[in-house]
Design a protein around this ligand. Sequence first.
Ligand SMILES: O=C(O)CCC(=O)C(=O)O
Length: 270
Amino acid sequence: MPFPTITVSDEQVAFFHANGFLSIDRITTDEEIERIRSTYDEMFARRAGREEGMEFDLAGTDEEDVVATLPQILDPLRYAPALKNTLYEANALAVSKRLLGPEAVFQGSHAILKPAHYGSETPWHQDEAYWSPDFDYNALGVWMPLQDATIENGCMQFIPGSHRLDILPHHHVGYNPKIHALEVDDGAADLSGAVACPLFPAGATFHFSRTLHYAGPNRTETPRRAFIFGFGTPPRRRKTSRDLYWQRETTTYAAQKRATVSARQQAQKT
Ligand SMILES: O=C(O)CCC(=O)C(=O)O
């Protein structure tokens, strides 16, 4: 892993803790962005991870013959090793340690593509609405675009201070449990003070795992690509599980494929 080349100031750390998000102008070099972008496009073109349920349409029901409007790849480093050991990751980890504490470690990655012209919105949500209800978290997401990110193509937007809220009630988009994306229930939060964070390529945003966030549809001529990391201190097991009832309703094709892979792996172990 390269040595980190950036840090954040005490003022930026204080801003993150007060507001639940932080935007920075540069997290890696333009050369690295170019390299990542060609690997990223190749990975989405071959729909890496589709058979295992790791590539799917976030915003739709993900049938084979329907065009995906918000394709996502989970764990892209597994499918494209060229995405490993980047300066982006080194800098994202260094900043995450400043924001969360020195015990923060890498916890995962994903990639979300909003295709040109018809890329869907990513609805308002808290990341923890997707996570295991058995743990408490001290975690954040780092979001890096591979081209300009604007309001028109779907840059990140945040509700300041929402990281202090509990996990709010969510539902699958359209109340359709075949759709992976979750959306906070209507009226559960005041979304009026949203702050949009446009970025140049190689900029990045950081947000706490409870911060309400959204990214609009892509109505521009070019794809909006985002490469996302998660970092956190070790999750702490709760005495009682939270009741994130919307997770029990999930019936996506991708979740079924992942369950089949996991059952096969268990059977091979025994
Ligand atoms: O890239 C997007 O559209 C949304 C990203 C997001 O929700 C996240 O990084 O937590």
